[in-house]
Ligand binder design. Structure first.
Ligand code: FE2
Length: 376
């Protein structure tokens, strides 16, 4: 390598002790995995991939794996009352347990993060079948959420050892969802900086953006947020904490119903948000409603866009711009009965930010929902 480039790399501290290749899967602990898998397939256009349960020798739980492009979800349920997963679901409701990250070496990822203060969830573990080996390890993060590091270089099977192919005649076509763009965590009062430090120190992430309660405050609801990113930007974790407002923050409502810290939303990328959202709405996915006055003013703020504004308004898609381009985004209503986890659908047209210009309109929409639930 060129000496000058080498020096620049060192100076920029580009040497990454935890190289990540992106999100491997997101695992949800749910009350009824069979029905949840069917919901995500039908409503969001996932296809059946793999299954584990009593038929594969797993006697205490079942897991359904579904996939769409580079997006893989696992829906897992306990089969017994006295079970860690049953306890988790009883406490938190359906929610995200695992954000699994692709690594080259799960042993090194474990050693690097544990030596920097990470709390162990899974010691490096190799599982094998006729299709090869997978090495996994894991650490805890906020609440009861965990990160699992996965090295699947030496594996050619359908998903992982312990799973068999899940074959079904019912495979709804894709809605164009591509991959996880970012995963947002809600943490408790005054806990944001603790978790920012955790991602910096333990996982080598950088704080790339910050929002305080002046950016993210409406008449009632307020929150603060810092966006953490790994070295190559493939993995981004914004962290929210509640802030004082006139009434209850949306983050507080989440913390109440989730009974603690956890994943607030998973943002999923699409290359054509108009087509994707049209399809999702026709399949029954509900999104937050945005008032007409948002669209009356938005082009003054964001300038020229390729899409037809009337179409975006009809679907409720939000627009924001930063120095590098613009983005289109929309937020679903909660995906389960508790007002906890939801999805964001995002199309980036150059912009690398998170839609700060939409926070006010978005939070006012959220507050209307909160008010309808009597939690404002
Ligand atoms: Fe987001």
């Amino acid at each position: 390598m060129d000496k000058k480039i080498e020096l620049e790399k060192e100076n920029n501290n580009i040497i990454d002790f935890l190289p990540l290749h992106g999100t491997d899967y997101v695992e949800f602990y749910v009350g009824n995995a069979k029905q949840a898998a069917n919901f995500y397939k039908t409503a969001f256009g996932f296809q059946s991939l793999a299954y584990a349960g009593p038929e594969t020798g797993l006697m205490d739980r079942v897991s359904y794996v579904i996939r769409q492009n580079k997006l893989t979800f696992i829906l897992t349920t306990a089969l017994r009352e006295d079970h860690e997963i049953a306890r988790h679901v009883s406490k938190h409701g359906d929610g995200v347990k695992v954000i699994a990250l692709m690594v080259d070496d799960a042993i090194v990822a474990y050693e690097q993060t544990i030596s920097r203060g990470g709390k162990s969830y899974m010691i490096p573990t190799t599982t094998s079948d006729n299709d090869g080996d997978i090495v996994k390890s894991g650490i805890h993060t906020y609440g009861e959420t965990v990160h699992i590091f996965i090295d699947r270089k030496k594996y050619n099977g359908i998903f992982m050892p312990g799973f068999r192919k899940w074959q079904t005649a019912y495979n709804p076509i894709s809605t164009g969802l591509l991959y996880v763009d970012h995963c947002v965590g809600n943490v408790g009062w005054n806990q944001m900086n603790k978790w920012v430090k955790y991602y910096e120190e333990v996982m080598g992430f950088k704080n790339i953006l910050s929002f305080d309660d002046n950016d993210i405050s409406t008449e009632y609801s307020a929150l603060m947020s810092k966006v953490m990113s790994n070295g190559n930007g493939f993995v981004k974790f914004p962290i929210n904490e509640p802030a004082e407002g006139k009434k209850k923050s949306q983050v507080e409502e989440y913390l109440d119903f989730y009974n603690g810290e956890g994943v607030q939303h998973v943002a999923i990328a699409t290359a054509n948000i108009v087509e994707t959202v049209t399809d999702l709405q026709s399949r029954g996915v509900e999104f937050l409603k945005i008032p007409a006055n948002y669209y009356a003013e938005v082009l003054e703020r964001v300038g020229k866009i390729d899409e037809e504004l009337a179409q975006l308004q009809k679907l409720g898609i939000l627009i924001d711009r930063d120095e590098e381009g613009y983005l289109l985004q929309i937020f679903s209503k909660p995906l389960q009965d508790r007002p906890t986890l939801f999805f964001e659908i995002i199309q980036r047209k150059g912009a690398k930010s998170f839609g700060k210009g939409n926070f006010k309109a978005l939070f006012e929409a959220l507050e209307r929902e909160q008010e309808a639930r009597g939690n404002l």
